[in-house]
Every structure is written in C-alpha cells, then in structure tokens.
Design a binder for this molecule. Structure first.
Ligand SMILES: [Zn+2]
Length: 216
C-alpha cells in the first residue's frame, strides 16, 4: 500500500561538540517527536514545536552518551515521556560517570527513562509506527529509529557519512559495530536517508557503495 509522505524531518547540530538533534513533525496531528538531546536541544525543540503549532509527545534517546542526553532533564521537567534502551541504564541514571570523557565543568543530570525500548519494537507515535532496531558496537544501548513511510533512519553514532562510530569507549567493540551496520542498516532500502548523530545526512545506498570502514 502506498502512503503519502506526510512528515517534516528537521535536524540541527548543537553544542557543545556538534551533536545532532532530530525532530519528526506530523503537522496534521500537531505532534512531534524529538530524537536526542544535546545542549540547547530543549530550546530548539520548543521553537520547532511553536513554529509548527505542535506538541512534543516523546523524547527518544539513541544512546546514553553524555553529548546526546545533556538536555534530557529539561524534557523530563516539561513532562515529556522519554525512551531509551536498557543497556545504557547506567549512563541515563548517572551521566556524571562519563565526566572523564566530557568537557570539564559540564553539569550532567540524570535522565529518567519512562519507556524501555528494544529491538523489534514498533512505537505507535505520530499516527505511524516507528521501528526500533538495536545497533550496539559504539555504545551497548544504541538503537536506531526507522520510519519506513518516510524512508528515514535516525541512527545515533553507529554510522556517519563516510565513517563509523568510535568503538574505543567503554562497551564499544568494532566487530559488534560492523555486525550492527551489516545486519541492521545495510538491510534497509538503499534510498533510506540516514540521519547520524554527528555531521551530514547520507543514505544506505551511498554507505553500502563507499563506506571505507564497513563494506556491504
Ligand atoms: Zn556516542
């Protein structure tokens, strides 16, 4: 069955180290979902919500690394339900443990997770189904959000345009990362736009053809 593309997808690089936040906006329902919460993400998301006259109905965190969850506490304070993978529990609960990997002096507040998500989940949000795939290797709890109707995958730090996520942090492992990319990303349709956690968008076909780190 053919479906009209109906969502607007916006993404914005945010401080302090250039991490992308993504907004999935469903204008006809006046709802949006935010994926990842770098510094200033809440202000950015609030502005997007106002522009499109929509309500933020969820914050999904692709993984627990500090630069993706810094602003999470503000979404929590605003009563927005949070989603994350249980394998990153410790990072969501005590992000200050990542301080040695972060910028000195940065305040890192816990982000309580309301909904634990796992591989194969289909989240009923925005009048659509958001498919969750588990893609560890960079971080144990890294998930991606696949929106088949929009040919879009929001992947966190698993793969970037022409590169892959670091696997030298605690819980990282290149062979696991490679397996995640081959089985969970390269199996998506080639036309799928990839929204990574850092840098520009790319596509599944483009990375299958030219990513130097993981060959299709
Ligand atoms: Zn990361």
């Amino acid at each position: 069955m053919h479906r009209e593309m109906h969502m607007i997808i916006e993404f914005q690089e945010l401080p302090p180290i250039g991490t992308n936040a993504i907004a999935l906006i469903e204008p006809s329902r006046k709802e949006c979902v935010i994926i990842d919460a770098p510094q200033e993400a809440f202000a950015w998301a609030t502005e997007i919500a106002q522009q499109h006259d929509c309500k933020i109905v969820a914050l999904i965190l692709t993984h627990g690394h500090w630069d993706h969850i810094l602003d999470g506490y503000q979404f929590v304070a605003a009563g927005i339900p949070t989603y994350g993978h249980i394998d990153d529990t410790e990072m969501f609960a005590t992000p200050a443990k990542m301080a040695s990997y972060a910028i000195p002096g940065l305040e890192m507040l816990p982000v309580p997770i309301d909904h634990w998500i796992k591989a194969g989940d289909l989240l009923d949000l925005l009048g659509d189904q958001l498919e969750i795939r588990h893609v560890p290797g960079h971080c144990p709890g890294n998930i991606l959000v696949y929106l088949a109707s929009e040919q879009a995958a929001i992947v966190g730090d698993v793969i970037f345009a022409g590169s892959v996520g670091r696997y030298d942090f605690p819980g990282g492992d290149f062979s696991v990362l490679e397996e995640s990319i081959k089985t969970q990303i390269y199996t998506l349709p080639d036309a799928t736009t990839i929204y990574p956690g850092h840098g520009q968008t790319t596509s599944v076909g483009q990375e299958k053809r030219s990513n130097p780190f993981v060959r299709a």
